[in-house]
Design a protein around this ligand. Structure first.
Ligand code: HEC
Ligand code: HEC
Length: 332
């Protein structure tokens, strides 16, 4: 009888161990889910549009110009360069894992990826086109018309179809299997001792209050400069631009920390050049805490363990323009 109980206990303990290895550790951060591509033809079309500079007035700027998928989905500039080499007002956030965010843009003014995707095409400081002209260009390209017809069942294109396709492509841009996610899934050896110490510090000192969930961010809007004010030359006022409320001044969508090793420079104004600098500023301004050099090294090692598997695919070959395609205007 006694023997039997012991065996059951062992069996239960083993079962628990197996369950532990298969399901995430119970942490305030969860692994990035693998992309579930429900409409592959739509996403393929969106990929072409994402890389197509003919959606801009100049015929030179594509989504990928500022969200370079070879560089973590950003341009690695303080602020972006738009049409006519205009200086952009704000840092370009990564498009990687952006489907996991509660809203799009630093101030959350677009509810989702589809709503966001129409913005840059018609933004005079970015692609400087209009939706009508962009549709005119696509409609003049038989290769596109045929592909839209296959995907949507009609050959009269509109901006809704374009933003649907781009959003579907962006939903595929997730970066699972980072070393930290492997640790979350039970692999003790997936991250270094230093990175693990950094994660403990990240949790204990309160970073995780704002940077949580699968994206370590993107779950809330928070003030930049909680304990000490943030000084910036940028005109961005954050969430207040959307809500009109004074209380929302300098409140921004908490950015993701996924792939943050690749998405330098940091903050909405791009003023923090390195991760060490960004962590030091976060500690002081958000938590009133001054970290030692060793502690900053630990947190940075943890942040670098958040670099996941980057989306990989063949560069899409875009269908050629025709004699009817309106000419680009790169210098006007
Ligand atoms: C000229 C540079 C530029 C181009 C071109 C551009 N973007 Fe952006 N993108 C930005 C900047 C800058 C922001 C942040 C703007 C803000 O928050 O006010 C942004 C924000 C975004 C976001 C929000 C991410 C987040 O987490 O908030 C997404 C998604 C995005 N862009 C996708 C696109 C797509 C799709 C295209 C092409 C149709 C595109 N962008 C073209 C610079 C650019
Ligand atoms: C009160 C909420 C809050 C806390 C606590 C907090 N952050 Fe942040 N974090 C933010 C916000 C908001 C931003 C964006 C600020 C901006 O761009 O002006 C940000 C930006 C960052 C960035 C730059 C990301 C990028 O792509 O630009 C890093 C890195 C970062 N935080 C790390 C940390 C670390 C490490 C801690 C703990 C020491 C921490 N944060 C604590 C809200 C918070």
């Amino acid at each position: 009888m006694k023997m039997c109980i012991t065996t059951t206990a062992v069996a239960l303990a083993l079962a628990a161990q197996v369950a532990w290895a298969e399901s995430p550790r119970s942490e305030p951060v969860q692994p990035v889910p693998v992309a579930n591509i429900s409409q592959p033809a739509l996403a393929e079309l969106g990929k072409k549009l994402f890389f197509d500079p003919r959606l801009s007035k100049s015929g030179f700027i594509s989504c990928n110009s500022c969200h370079n998928l070879s560089m973590g989905g950003t341009d690695n500039l303080k602020t972006s360069i738009g049409h006519n080499w205009q200086q952009g007002p704000i840092n370009s956030p990564t498009v990687l894992n952006s489907s996991l965010n509660l809203a799009q843009f630093w101030d959350g003014r677009a509810a989702d990826l589809k709503e966001q995707a129409g913005g840059p095409i018609a933004n005079p400081g970015e692609m400087a086109f209009t939706h009508e002209l962009a549709i005119g260009v696509l409609q003049s390209i038989p290769g596109y018309v045929a592909e839209f017809e296959v995907v949507f069942g009609k050959s009269e294109l509109d901006i809704d179809m374009v933003t649907d396709a781009i959003a579907a492509f962006e939903e595929t841009l997730v970066t699972p299997h980072s070393p930290f996610d492997q640790w979350l899934l039970g692999d003790d050896d997936a991250i270094t001792e230093q990175a693990l110490a950094g994660y403990q510090l990240f949790k204990q000192s309160g970073c995780v209050a704002c940077h949580n969930g699968p994206n370590l961010g993107g779950t809330s809007f928070q003030k930049m400069g909680v304990v000490e004010p943030y000084r910036s030359d940028s005109d961005a006022i954050g969430r207040a631009a959307v809500t009109g409320k004074d209380a929302d001044r300098f409140t921004f969508k908490v950015p993701t920390l996924r792939n943050v090793e690749l998405t330098y420079p940091y903050f909405h104004d791009g003023e923090a050049a390195t991760l060490e600098e960004a962590v030091d500023i976060m500690g002081r301004l958000q938590l009133g805490r001054v970290y030692s050099e060793q502690e900053i090294g630990q947190i940075v090692a943890f942040l670098k363990s958040l670099t996941g598997e980057q989306p990989r695919f063949e560069l899409p070959i875009l269908p050629p323009s025709t004699n009817e395609t309106p000419a680009p205007e790169p210098f006007g």
